[in-house]
Design a protein around this ligand. Structure first.
Ligand SMILES: [Zn+2]
Length: 333
């Protein structure tokens, strides 16, 4: 009932066919017209863009906003019009842009190095007063033959420590120094000679020993711009015969962006503790009441007892939920 042929009479078929033919030709012509018009329009748009890009390229403009523009156009227009005429100019402009931001290795190194600011210096001073359960293992007077054994223990328990080194020992043990650094421990400075009459001759000699030790560390670890900005005075930062020189040295060090620290508990491994029992007594007495423990120990050559004691110490504080930190954590905050 709805089929077309049912309305066409037999005699009119030829005429109908002719009309259909003419109608089809008209449709084809209109379609071609539309295609040509669309093609021309697209071509002009691309041409306009590429001219703009060429002009940019020629003028040598490197403004980020403008040079980024062709990137977007390239994606939008190149794909659908590939058969019409791909425009090379935008991709040339894109090539001029670095694909990734330049990776500055020195800048990356810089960001990992210890820093100095008044705020950081204050945090170092306040380290004993933090009310969190943290343990700072610190070793003075090394590196020596003992240091390798200490590193093995630290490695086994997956903790790090801070080593306040002597320049003279660093020069004798450069490989050990490098291993201390490479295994994520923090190297700070304890001077060069450890002879009180020499280092405390004046504030300047304190700074000189800092710099002598620093030069030795830099050579050993192969990082020429390394600076821990942290010093531990041999014998402590106050008291004794050289108390006045130490006070003046504190100011001179500060002017040179160097802060200092002491300890708030100790094993007594440099002052009479000969057994692990004595070390526990010394540590428990000195640590009494503090949550944050900066433990003074020594990795000098004759400190076998410290090596023997260290696993017990780490196990105890790990079992009690203490976090093991280094001054590196403060100096890079
Ligand atoms: Zn010392």
């Amino acid at each position: 009932m709805y089929k077309q042929p049912s309305y066409i009479e037999e005699g009119e078929i030829g005429v109908k066919n002719n009309k259909i033919l003419v109608f089809s030709i008209v449709i084809v012509l209109i379609t071609i017209g539309i295609l040509v018009f669309t093609g021309t329009l697209a071509y002009r748009m691309i041409k306009g863009n590429s001219d703009e890009s060429s002009a940019l390229a020629m003028s040598g403009e490197k403004t980020i906003g403008k040079s980024e523009q062709p990137k977007v156009d390239e994606k939008t227009f190149q794909k659908p019009n590939e058969s019409v005429e791909p425009s090379p100019e935008p991709s040339v402009t894109v090539k001029n842009e670095p694909k990734f931001p330049a990776h500055d290795i020195n800048a990356a190194m810089e960001s990992q190095l210890p820093r100095y600011s008044d705020e950081i210096a204050q945090k170092v001073v306040d380290v004993y007063f933090e009310e969190t359960k943290k343990v700072y293992l610190t070793f003075d007077d090394g590196p020596s033959g003992r240091t390798q054994e200490i590193l093995d223990i630290l490695d086994k328990y997956e903790v790090n420590a801070t080593f306040f080194m002597l320049g003279s020992c660093v020069e004798r043990n450069p490989e050990t120094t490098k291993r201390v650094y490479d295994e994520g421990n923090f190297i700070a400075i304890h001077g060069y000679t450890h002879k009180y009459s020499e280092i405390y001759a004046s504030p300047e000699t304190v700074l000189n020993e800092y710099n002598q030790c620093l030069a030795a560390i830099r050579n050993a670890i192969g990082v020429q711009n390394y600076n821990p900005h942290l010093f531990r005075f041999p014998g402590g930062s106050s008291g004794g015969v050289y108390a006045d020189v130490k006070q003046e040295a504190i100011q001179l060090l500060k002017q040179n962006e160097i802060t200092y620290t002491n300890w708030n508990c100790l094993t007594g491994d440099s002052a009479g503790s000969l057994t692990t029992e004595q070390m526990w007594t010394s540590l428990n007495e000195s640590a009494d009441g503090d949550d944050n423990l900066v433990i003074l120990m020594h990795d000098a050559g004759d400190k076998n007892i410290t090596v023997e004691f260290l696993p017990e110490l780490i196990e105890k504080y790990q079992a009690e939920g203490y976090e093991f930190c280094t001054y590196y954590d403060i100096m890079t905050e």
